[in-house]
Design a protein around this ligand. Structure first.
Ligand code: SAM
Length: 269
């Protein structure tokens, strides 16, 4: 993901600038990306990651500047450098959760670059596939009475249904009224389509098996107390003049889809 962001940052028409991405990707990340690209199909990982990054950059900035939120929770942050590269309002506290070894490797790179976060950054090493992550998280200063914005980017795809349900349940319980949630996910057809099979097989060979898809993201999130709006990659608001593939209207059956979802905590909760 970081390698894709590094390549994007070199373009004159870049959708964002991520000066730390190349260091975070390391040669291993670029090698991975170059091996994945020939499988193209459905945009290939680089295009998808770039469009997704910009979409959720805008969403997070809206949450903080427009909706007044000051707690940002990046689930499965990986090599995400938003804490360093986005323009956060004063008083923003940003939490990054991921596996302990991933965050340790990231912090090692960041220390070498001497980069300084543009907000208050806190990291929590945890297994998000187990609901106990919330215990470690609750000890970090996060205030569950105040609104927050959550991002689950590049995560649900890798989880099984039970883990997704648990994750949404636990995160929902920690999200006060006026909180927001951003999520990307694929539909079930994408997991079973001949068009996407080469891409999925390439992911699986590198230990990133696709497990979870949902055809009705709005319904999935409604069940966890969120009012959600799903945008397909390539649609208005998620195209940026960069997504070259036609987007099938919702309701047409059997079409592989990727969704960028923005959600608001239901007022009734
Ligand atoms: C595809 S990367 C996405 C990273 C980041 N959100 C981005 O877009 O660049 C998936 C991330 O999910 C993390 N991850 C996957 N399963 C996890 C789990 N059970 N607990 C914690 N992190 C997990 C991985 O370590 C990895 O950093």
């Amino acid at each position: 993901m970081a390698a894709a962001r590094a390549r994007e940052s070199e373009r004159p028409d870049r959708l964002f600038d991520d000066p730390l991405a190349a260091a975070l990707a390391s040669t291993e990340g670029f090698f991975w990306l170059d091996r994945m690209e020939p499988t193209q199909g459905f945009g290939g990982p680089a295009l998808y990651v770039v469009v997704r990054t910009r979409f959720f950059d805008d969403f997070l900035l809206y949450a903080c500047w427009g909706a007044g939120v000051r707690q940002v929770v990046l689930m499965a942050a990986g090599m995400d450098a938003r804490a360093f590269r986005l323009n956060w309002p004063a008083g923003t506290r940003l939490y990054e959760l991921d596996r302990p070894e991933v965050l340790a490797a990231k912090d090692e790179v960041l220390a070498r670059t001497g980069a300084r976060p543009a907000c208050e950054r806190r990291t929590i090493g945890a297994d998000l596939g187990h609901p106990s992550w919330s215990e470690a998280f609750s000890e970090t200063g996060y205030d569950a009475r105040e609104p927050s914005v959550w991002l689950m980017e590049g995560l649900l795809f890798y989880m099984d249904v039970t883990a997704v349900r648990d994750l949404l349940g636990v995160a929902g319980a920690l999200a006060a009224p006026r909180s927001l949630l951003g999520v990307d996910l694929v539909n079930r057809d994408l997991l079973n389509s001949p068009t996407t099979r080469p891409l999925l097989a390439a992911f699986a060979r590198r230990g990133a098996t696709g497990r979870f898809g949902a055809n009705d993201p709005e319904g999935l999130l409604a069940g966890h107390g969120w009012v959600a709006e799903a945008t397909q990659a390539g649609e208005w608001g998620a195209n940026y003049g960069r997504w070259p593939y036609p987007v099938a209207l919702r309701g047409m059956p059997g079409v592989p889809r990727v969704f960028f979802v923005r959600a608001w905590r239901s007022p009734s909760r």
